[in-house]
Design a protein around this ligand. Structure first.
Ligand code: HEC
Length: 177
């Protein structure tokens, strides 16, 4: 191989490199239309409104089916777990927790002479069946920062029963769901 041939090879290589880069540049110029920073038209994703307020309060729980699992008799037993801190009878006093007479359907944190946690005050919801069910399942998970030191009632039957039981202690019990 003489010098001339090596030169030819190098020239060919350089040429190839130039062509490859050149094509890249040219196609850039042709195809690379400058992207606008904003899309010319914004496709608005439709915001799906959940109009059923009941489902948004109670998640996916079917309250009717849940309450059907409960009985007042069983509720009375389950409520014994609450009596260390709560009275449910009419005219009862606050203990460690607020008096629960008429709690269903009532605004949360509504007993004026009871000092609630900031978390429960901020919660600002009514004690619907769904809210009560979610709170009693796991108080600290449903209302972060609540001072109700109670682990929760895992059993659906227990929750349903105690909710039905509490609802009988009221001037305005919640209607059946
Ligand atoms: C160890 C004590 C304790 C036990 C046991 C307990 N609670 Fe409570 N409960 C509290 C306290 C304290 C609060 C106030 C929570 C706050 O302010 O965050 C509360 C708040 C509540 C509230 C909100 C009341 C309102 O006025 O908004 C409900 C409802 C409730 N408890 C139901 C129950 C039920 C039902 C049980 C039994 C299954 C139970 N609690 C067991 C201490 C307790």
């Amino acid at each position: 191989m003489n010098g001339f041939e090596i030169n030819k090879i190098i020239a060919a290589l350089i040429f190839t490199v130039l062509v490859v880069f050149g094509i890249g540049k040219i196609s850039d110029i042709i195809f690379n239309v400058e992207k606008p920073s904003q899309a010319a038209y914004v496709v608005e994703a439709p915001t799906i409104q959940t109009t059923t307020s009941a489902s948004s309060e109670s998640g996916s729980v079917d309250i009717k089916a849940l309450l059907a699992m409960g009985t007042l008799e069983h509720g009375k037993k389950v409520f014994k777990k609450c009596t260390a801190c709560h009275v449910v009878a009419k005219g009862g006093k606050n203990k460690i927790g607020p008096v629960l007479y008429g709690v269903l359907g009532r605004q949360s944190a509504a007993i004026s002479d009871y000092k609630y946690s900031k978390a429960l005050v901020a919660h600002g919801k009514k004690w619907s069946y769904g809210e009560m069910n979610a709170y009693l399942l796991k108080p600290q998970a449903h209302i972060k920062g609540t001072k109700m030191a109670f682990a929760g009632l895992k059993s659906e039957k227990d929750r349903a029963s105690v909710i039905l039981y509490m609802n009988t202690f009221s001037d305005n019990p919640l209607p059946n769901p």
